[in-house]
Design a protein around this ligand. Structure first.
Ligand code: A3P
Length: 314
């Protein structure tokens, strides 16, 4: 079983004595805070983020649950905002993994001491968080900064999550039983869970305030990449001038290309998670290769109650 103690905050679990605790996939301690489950080391940084972060009007905060296309979204926004005129000599994605360029706030910025100085970051600041909407800082909610959320079909998210955590927690071993992972997912007891509440919060907020929160779906990005990326660039205030620019960004951010870049084949950015683990198949409907009809039915029922009732079909 892998050791996650390289997380710089994993030793401060004793600070969380009053939080409900659980163990994900029999190998990972998680604690509950504000109705959601987190690795213990993420909670203090999340609290600091909530109380200290001062958003600026032109910040862009990307948000997502895990395994829903975060890496793709970070890459696309990086190209749109930081490489507006794509040219081969200035390709940040070749220089480093997208998670290096667009840090996940609670697992990097506020988990380091001293904290990375966000105020020196070049404008517009491009940041990311997996945190649920409810714990985002007030300044993110109340300034003109933009939020982009990416959602994904729950069954594909679950399978992606299962592969990811098997690689980290049980490397070179038999996978953790899928049935028990489905149970964790449905009961919401997993990193950044409950998944359904996470998606729903952002969905409802985006409906209330579509100028502020753009709600993207992984499957739509796959189905109509040009249309969705055009929409994303317009939302970010950086519309494309030509079709060629869109094609170039899509090519730069394609799974096949990123997966094969040297920076992503080696090394790790966050804790000791290899960069290569962020790139797997990227196939819509991959869940069909793994879930039994019973598992499918249980997840569909949950989607129907939690999401479809609110007009969200994933
Ligand atoms: P699969 O495990 O289904 O292949 P996250 O970035 O939130 O961790 O999500 C990871 C999922 O997004 C993985 O899905 C991964 O393969 C897929 N992914 C990563 N980069 C991608 C890209 N550039 N285009 C499409 N999918 C990508």
């Amino acid at each position: 079983m892998a050791d996650l103690s390289s997380n710089p905050n994993s030793n401060n679990a004793e600070n969380h004595l009053n939080h409900p605790k659980a163990r994900f996939m029999d190998a990972m301690d998680i604690i509950q805070w504000e109705g959601f489950w987190f690795e213990p080391g993420l909670v203090q940084p999340a609290m600091t983020f909530r109380s200290c972060f001062q958003a600026q009007n032109n910040d862009v905060v990307l948000t997502s649950n895990i395994k829903t296309g975060t890496t793709w979204l970070k890459s696309l926004c990086l190209c749109i905002l930081k490489n507006p005129k794509p040219d081969e000599d200035l390709d940040l994605l070749v220089e480093d993994n997208p998670h290096f360029h667009v840090p996940t706030i609670e697992s990097t910025i506020y988990s380091t001491k001293p904290h990375i100085d966000l105020y020196k970051a070049p404008s517009p600041r491009l940041l990311h968080s997996h945190l649920p909407y409810i714990v985002l800082p007030d300044s993110v909610k109340n300034t003109d900064c933009k939020i982009v959320y990416i959602a994904r079909n729950p069954k594909d998210t679950l399978i992606s999550m299962w592969h990811f955590f098997n690689s980290i927690l049980y490397p070179n071993q038999d996978p953790f039983p899928l049935e028990r992972t489905v149970d964790c997912f449905l009961s919401g007891v997993h990193q950044y869970g409950p998944f359904f509440d996470h998606v729903l919060q952002y969905w409802l907020e985006s409906r209330k305030n579509p100028q502020k929160i753009l709600f993207l779906k992984y499957e739509e990005l796959k189905r109509d990449p040009k249309g969705e990326v055009k929409k994303l660039a317009e939302f970010l205030g950086k519309p494309f001038a030509t079709e060629e620019e869109i094609d170039k960004v899509l090519w730069r951010c394609s799974l096949e290309r990123l997966k094969n870049l040297k920076v992503n084949k080696n090394g790790s950015i966050v804790y000791s998670v290899p960069n290569s683990l962020y790139f797997r198949k990227g196939v819509v409907g991959d869940w069909k290769n793994y879930l039994t009809p019973e598992m499918e039915e249980k997840i569909n029922q949950m989607s129907s109650i939690k999401l479809e009732e609110h007009g969200l079909f994933l």
